[in-house]
Design a protein around this ligand. Structure first.
Ligand code: ADP
Length: 683
């Protein structure tokens, strides 16, 4: 259930994060899209407004130009009476205004009285006669007379020689003379020229101007470029009697995506923002991953520290405790806070505080790694105190604490509670001792018949000397004192011999202090020799001793080694008893010269050797092939030799004729000359 909830949380957390990021990216995209659209639309509106303004200005200009010409002519008509004078003024007008192509004077009946043509253009009605072209003029003049004001005709096309033609519009101005109507003056405007004049060179470069009819038919155009057809505007020309429109078409194309620097900047910034966002997202993701890994590592470290059975303790350079783990707290019975706050560690037994303070000061003042490494890295044993006052041994391994920058900031210690181990060691030591004592007693038990036989001889001798002495006393003669002295001397000798036998057994069985001492190899053998000989004599076995010169001294636990030698010699003698003819029963005890700090010992018999199936189980406790055997001898021997840093080995010697046959048991002991004298009890 828990795992499911965690999975759900993780998923929903991830989903929520993805949703947030998605929303952020979407918003950014929408904002950017809007920005671009608005910019483009603003650009379009600006262009359209510009074209509208141009259309309005140019149509105004156009209207003004036309009206100016009409008004100039009207003024001329008012002031000039004679036709010659009028003609002079009209010629002026034609010269000043390019768009005016022709000026006519017509009578009341529309009859042409006279005309003047523009000096800038070919005469209008050369291709077709004027009369054919006046269909549009007459209604205009009729309207003008009625209104007593200038009226414009519909436009019409006047073909020119060479296939070209011009679109023309006429203005019919009624003439009043002395309060009477006196015909008309007609001004013909070329629409193309009119457009050129009104628009001006500047505007013509960027726009295409057209004069169109209401239905869109184009009558005239001006402009150096063609319109792009994107931004166009129409404006009514507002000339009396005419319904012409001005159309302006800008050469400007559709707005580009990046029409100007501002948009480019905005787009660039947006792109940078987007890239930043991506980088940020990546950074956040990486950070989240790292945080996750860190959290896991921390959790793992915490779990590891808490589950450790070894106590961990960190101390600062001035000796204060900066960290302890759970195992250390439960070992000493104080909480982490109590340990951290204490000036003197509460787990120091009061009787050792002075000694420990001194020791700590010495250790803390030592440079880490100085003088060939930290001795405490190997571990040192000391005594701590639990909260309830119980003292217990601990093993401390201490190493310098070095931070990430390589600075030595304190000391880190691993602390092991040795009390359980000590208990086990003590128990095993006691058991070992008991076992050895038992084995010794068993050996003596086995030797009981031997002993009784050995003691029997002196006792029998003593008894017979005593009987003889009594007999002498019953019939004394002058030789009696001498003979009595002789008998008593013999009795004393035999008693001493019996005493020696008893003492050798007593010496062997007596429990002695366990301690290593330096002893010459032959002395070690001599100590057990009486007992060995006792056994050897019974089976008629010869004992041969071989010592090197000089005889080395060995460092050993004497009691234990005596036991080993006795066991091995006894095994050898027993092996020969059943299998070897008496003359060949030889037991050799050999001491080898010291080699690489160790002195070798060998016990060699001439027995039957050890068959492989026995060899496999030779050192197994309680393994024996003898009915009265205990099967402890060899296993005990091996333990003792291993405690002395050696190994007990054996070898079956080749039987005759190739070899002497029998078995050789070998072991080594430390050479006393190579062992340092002082062995400290505690480091
Ligand atoms: P035990 O002497 O009480 O039998 P040991 O551990 O001393 O116990 O010896 C175990 C067995 O190893 C003996 O019973 C014997 O069969 C065999 N053994 C020991 N020493 C020799 C030897 N020198 N030659 C042949 N067999 C041996």
């Amino acid at each position: 259930m828990n795992a499911l909830r965690l999975l759900h949380d993780a998923l929903s957390g991830r989903f929520r994060r993805a949703l947030l990021w998605g929303a952020l990216v979407a918003l950014l995209l929408v904002a950017q899209g809007l920005l671009v659209t608005l910019t483009v639309r603003y650009e379009a509106t600006r262009q359209q407004e510009a074209v509208d303004a141009v259309a309005e200005e140019v149509s105004g200009e156009l209207r003004r130009a036309v009206l100016r010409s009409v008004q100039a002519l009207q003024a001329l008509l008012w002031s000039a009476g004679a036709p010659a004078q009028w003609q002079g003024g009209a010629t002026e007008l034609l010269r000043a205004r390019r768009e005016v192509l022709r000026v006519e004077r017509r009578g009341e009946d529309m009859a042409l009285l006279g005309s003047l043509a523009s000096p800038y253009a070919a005469p209008l009605f050369t291709a077709l006669g004027r009369e054919q072209m006046s269909a549009e003029l007459e209604p205009a003049c009729t309207a003008a007379r009625l209104a007593s004001a200038p009226v414009f005709s519909r436009s019409y096309f006047v073909p020119q020689p060479g296939g070209l033609g011009v679109e023309v519009i006429d203005a019919c101005i009624p003439v009043q003379r002395d309060g009477r109507h006196d015909g008309f003056v007609v001004l013909s405007f070329g629409l193309g020229a009119l457009l050129d004049e009104a628009a001006g060179a500047q505007r013509l470069r960027r726009h295409e101007f057209s004069i169109v009819e209401v239905d869109g038919t184009r009558l005239a155009r001006a402009g150096m470029t063609r319109g792009a057809g994107v931004y166009s505007a129409r404006h009514l020309l507002e000339l009396p009697g005419s319904a012409l429109q001005l159309r302006v078409d800008s050469a400007e194309g559709s707005p580009q995506l990046i029409p100007n620097l501002a948009t480019a900047l905005v787009l660039g910034l947006s792109a940078a923002l987007f890239a930043l966002l991506l980088l940020l997202a990546r950074d956040v993701r990486r950070r989240a991953q790292v945080e996750h890994a860190l959290a896991e590592a921390l959790a793992f470290r915490k779990a590891m520290e808490d589950s450790l059975s070894t106590g961990l303790r960190a101390r600062t350079l001035d000796g204060r405790i900066s960290y302890v783990n759970a195992a250390f707290c439960s070992m000493v019975g104080f909480s982490a806070e109590e340990l951290r706050d204490a000036a003197t560690p509460p787990y120091w037994p009061p009787e050792f505080i002075a000694e420990y303070t001194e020791r700590q000061a010495a250790r803390l003042s030592a440079e880490p790694g100085a003088g060939g490494g930290n001795p405490h890295q190997e571990g040192f044993e000391t005594v701590f105190m639990r909260r309830d006052g119980e003292r217990f041994p601990v093993m401390i391994y201490e190493t310098p604490l070095v931070d990430g920058a390589g600075r030595h900031t304190g000391w880190m210690s691993a602390v092991l509670d040795m009390s359980a181990q000590r208990r086990v060691e003590e128990l095993s030591r006691q058991q070992q001792e008991r076992l050895q004592a038992t084995a010794r007693l068993a050996t003596v038990g086995e030797m009981a018949s031997l002993l009784s036989h050995e003691l029997n001889q002196p006792l029998a001798a003593i008894a017979s000397y005593a009987t003889g002495s009594l007999n002498l006393l019953q019939q004394p003669d002058d030789q009696t004192p001498d003979m009595l002295r002789h008998a008593v001397t013999r009795i004393a000798e035999q008693a001493e011999r019996a005493g020696r036998v008893i003492k050798s057994v007593h010496d062997f069985v007596r429990r002695r202090e366990q301690a290593r001492e330096s002893i010459r190899a032959d002395q070690l053998i001599d100590a057990v020799l009486p007992l060995v000989r006792l056994q050897a004599r019974k089976s008629g076995t010869r004992i041969e001793l071989e010592y090197p010169d000089p005889i080395p001294r060995v460092m050993c636990d004497r009691t234990m080694l005596e036991q080993v030698l006795l066991n091995l010699t006894r095994n050898g003698i027993q092996a020969m008893e059943g299998a070897t003819p008496q003359p060949q029963r030889v037991l050799r005890l050999r001491v080898l010269p010291s080699q690489e700090g160790r002195v070798g010992f060998a016990v060699i018999d001439a027995g039957p050797g050890i068959p492989p199936e026995v060899a496999q189980r030779l050192f197994t406790p309680f393994f024996t092939t003898r009915s009265e055997g205990m099967g402890l001898g060899l296993s005990l021997c091996r333990t003792v030799i291993e405690q002395h840093g050696g190994a007990l080995e054996f070898e079956s010697l080749a039987p005759p004729p190739e070899g002497p046959g029998g078995t050789e048991f070998r072991f080594t002991l430390p050479d006393a000359a190579r062992v340092p004298r002082a062995v400290p009890a505690r480091a």
